[in-house]
Design a protein around this ligand. Structure first.
Ligand SMILES: CC(C)(COP(=O)(O)OP(=O)(O)OC[C@H]1O[C@@H](n2cnc3c(N)ncnc32)[C@H](O)[C@@H]1OP(=O)(O)O)[C@@H](O)C(=O)NCCC(=O)NCCS
Length: 182
């Protein structure tokens, strides 16, 4: 850990007005293709965590290759947003978290576009110090700038940490996804 002040790229021209304070131990920036090798294990950790919640979220044997493809596709997709959370100081260059989101059309509802948080993951050492709130704030700004009028999040219904985290940030459940094996 270090006391170096993090200055996310998104923040360089505009201060974090009215938002949560910038955590001093991370640096948030848009992900690049050269980050993918470090982002994949984080995404897989999240998917394996999801698997613990429900056997219908069983991770595929080829999930690693698929994660690489998904991230590469996202990086080339205008509607997708991927942020890398980098450590600072001694951890500079080490990616300690990932956020994946996209802007999706809502054909029947207003606002017409939603920003969907598909994946948000921080390594355990970096949790519960306000980084999640900060990521959410920055992501929200980025998705709003792309036309999203509502922010949604997808996660396993049994993930109590996610429920608490999002509830604290003003989210509430609006739809549920029910599933059964075929
Ligand atoms: C979800 C996540 C990104 C939140 O990041 P964070 O930096 O821990 O969040 P913050 O410090 O900004 O906010 C903390 C709040 O989140 C909730 N929370 C976080 N960790 C929690 C835990 N272990 N137990 C209960 N609530 C928890 C609480 O509401 C907490 O507020 P409190 O400390 O006042 O009780 C992070 O915990 C994480 O990566 N978790 C594992 C992956 C995951 O579950 N992702 C979400 C579903 S895709």
């Amino acid at each position: 850990m270090t006391t170096q002040k993090a200055k996310p790229d998104a923040e360089r021209s505009e201060p974090n007005k009215g938002g949560p304070s910038v955590p001093v131990y991370i640096h948030l920036r848009p992900a690049r293709a050269s980050d993918v090798a470090q982002l994949v294990p984080l995404l897989l950790r999240l998917k394996r965590l999801n698997e613990e919640f429900d056997p219908l979220l069983k991770v595929r044997p080829d999930a690693e290759e698929r994660a690489t493809e998904v991230l590469m596709n996202d990086l080339a997709d205008r509607e997708a947003t991927v942020f890398a959370v980098e450590g600072v100081g001694a951890d500079k260059g080490k990616i300690v978290g990932v956020v994946r989101a996209r802007v999706r059309e809502r054909p029947f509802y207003a606002p017409e576009k939603e920003g969907v948080i598909l994946d948000i993951y921080l390594l355990p050492l970096y949790r519960r110090k306000g980084a999640g709130e900060y990521l959410l704030h920055q992501l929200s700004r980025a998705l709003k700038a792309r036309g999203a009028g509502v922010l949604t999040a997808e996660f396993p219904v049994q993930n109590e940490i996610a429920i608490r985290f999002y509830t604290k940030q003003g989210f509430r459940p609006i739809t549920t996804l029910h599933a059964r094996m075929m």
